[in-house]
Design a protein around this ligand. Structure first.
Ligand code: SF4
Length: 520
């Protein structure tokens, strides 16, 4: 898509400011990076869940960029009503002898960093998901215009990324224009960036690229970006990592020599393992780029989508940031994000970028799309063309199933591969056994017999239809609430209510109790 300055319609209010700002009414420092602005402390919210928003960097010829100029289109900060949410677009035009379109996403991703250096300003997420809050404290200190925010951000861009020789910003709060530019300019550019990498595969290159930007809040997180695995924030592709490593070799994106291939299906490489060990401070030593369960990629917290394993159906669900309802496992995105983030390898949860759904190697070690059982309708529609024809209609959405029981019914009805066992397309190996209902019944009978023999009713074990991965205990989600049934014993029994608990199970052994000597 051609890069050109956006047209500002006649009649829309705008203000312009040229040149550097002498001083700002707020502090600027990396120490504000972790600052959170809660709702009661917030003056206004921009973008987020209630309003559209996006951030976009476009590389332009130097003569077209007016250095340090800011244009604010629509109501400025001092015209906004306290407590309200507004649409928000931040567009930056950048120029420099080394600046090309390859670098746009890398520069764009740093907007998140630099804006979080501003005291009283919180920036979350990226691309079309941006969510900003401005604190009341910053307003009291004198922040009253987006010009101040844009100038501070542009100053940081130029200081930290010296290859940017000129930068100009357009901040937009006019609802109609934000919506129009999101659909007509930003989304096509994001789509173009994501599509670019589709023809290239992991085996075609000698190097992958790292990103350690998010180590500021997830110190052990190391994103490994390969052609078949774009970053989990969705902002960095292999091409972007390569471009960033070239212009800023000491920066957060470094080349990772692949080394020897250890597991071609899981996507494990000796070079990646060595790099991950070093950059995570020894926290983890192995990473498989295309595995959900076995040494999965770490998740920092910026993921666009969370994958979650549902042992009851032996399948994987995916939920995106914008889906507000609980998934069939009973947990909303926000709760699962707490489980998934922090830069850890969590078997059972995985954070990914939406563009990973395009990958030919999408969780291929675990059956790829044939292991996927549920997605919100909006997400499914967005990636529908990447789902193989023979499985697309077998993946449930909230219209088919909102609970595990409904999901089970749906999967049975459509004869989803998880029901009889998933055959992994990449090598034709059957990797799951399917729902072994007869075996389940036998186990239940055995448990019942055991109960009769022991005359001590036990807590009913739920037969699990999955096998924990070798060498790695499966970490199950924190369940909102588990009630262990009352023991109908002579003493009236007890009732245990466990809330917000994490349950770790290495192994479940169900044994029929043997009669003790002497017949007791
Ligand atoms: S999520 Fe990964 S790729 Fe994206 S900014 Fe953070 S560290 Fe970089």
């Amino acid at each position: 898509m051609e890069r050109k300055k956006i047209e500002i319609p006649e009649g829309v209010k705008k203000i312009e400011s040229v040149g550097e700002e002498a001083e700002f009414p707020f502090d600027i420092s990396p120490m504000y990076e972790g600052e959170r602005i809660r709702k009661k402390e917030m003056y206004v919210e921009l973008g987020g869940t209630e309003q559209p928003g996006f951030e976009l960097v476009m590389a332009l010829p130097a003569e077209e960029v007016e250095d340090m100029k800011v244009t604010v289109v629509g109501p400025d900060l001092n015209e906004m009503e306290e407590g309200k949410a507004y649409p928000y677009a931040m567009i930056y035009y950048v120029a420099g002898s080394q600046v090309e379109t390859d670098l746009e996403p890398v520069i764009e991703r740093r907007n998140h960093d630099f804006q979080n250096y501003l005291e009283g300003y919180m920036h979350l997420n990226q691309r079309y998901d941006i969510w900003i809050r401005i604190g009341k404290g910053a307003i009291k200190k004198g922040l009253n215009s987006f010009v101040q925010i844009a100038k501070a951000t542009m100053m940081l861009f130029k200081n930290e990324l010296p290859f940017i020789e000129k930068i100009e910003a357009v901040y937009i709060t006019d609802a109609e224009l934000v919506e129009k530019l999101l659909n007509e300019v930003a989304m096509p550019i994001f789509e173009e960036r994501d599509a670019r990498v589709e023809a290239l595969h992991d085996e075609d290159v000698d190097e992958f690229y790292s990103c350690t930007l998010c180590q500021s809040f997830a110190p052990t997180n190391v994103c490994v970006v390969s052609p078949d695995r774009p970053s989990l924030c969705g902002a960095i592709s292999w091409f972007d990592g390569r471009a960033a490593a070239r212009v800023d070799p000491e920066g957060p994106n470094k080349a990772i020599p692949k080394g020897d291939i250890i597991d071609p299906i899981g996507g494990e490489y000796s070079g990646v393992n060595e790099f991950a060990k070093e950059e995570s401070g020894g926290e983890y030593e192995r990473v498989k780029l295309h595995s959900f369960f076995d040494y999965p990629h770490t998740s920092c917290g910026c993921f666009e989508v969370i994958g979650f394993y549902m042992p009851e159906v032996d399948g994987i669900g995916w939920v995106h940031r914008g889906y507000p309802e609980p998934a069939p496992n009973g947990l909303p995105f926000s709760t699962m994000a707490g489980q998934t983030g922090g830069g850890k390898q969590i078997a059972g949860f995985l954070g990914i970028g939406i563009s990973y759904f395009r990958s030919k190697k999408f969780i291929q070690a675990d059956g790829g799309w044939y292991r996927v059982v549920w997605m919100p309708k909006e997400l499914k529609e967005r990636v529908a063309k990447y789902i193989p024809d023979d499985i697309r209609d077998k993946i449930a959405t909230e219209e088919d199933a909102k609970t595990i029981d409904e999901l089970k019914e749906f999967l049975k009805k459509v004869d989803h591969p998880v029901v009889k066992g998933v055959v992994r397309p990449v090598d034709g190996k059957k990797i799951t056994e399917g729902w072994v209902e007869e075996a389940e019944e036998e186990v239940e009978e055995e448990v019942e017999e055991a109960e009769e023999v022991a005359e001590q009713p036990a807590v009913a074990a739920q037969p699990q239809v999955f096998a924990p991965q070798p060498g790695q205990p499966l970490q199950l989600p924190a369940l909102p609430q588990i009630q262990i049934p009352a023991q109908p014993s002579a003493g009236g029994g007890i009732k245990l209510v466990i809330k917000d608990a994490k349950i770790y199970i290495d192994k479940i052994v169900i044994r029929k109790p043997e009669e003790k000597k002497g017949g007791k």
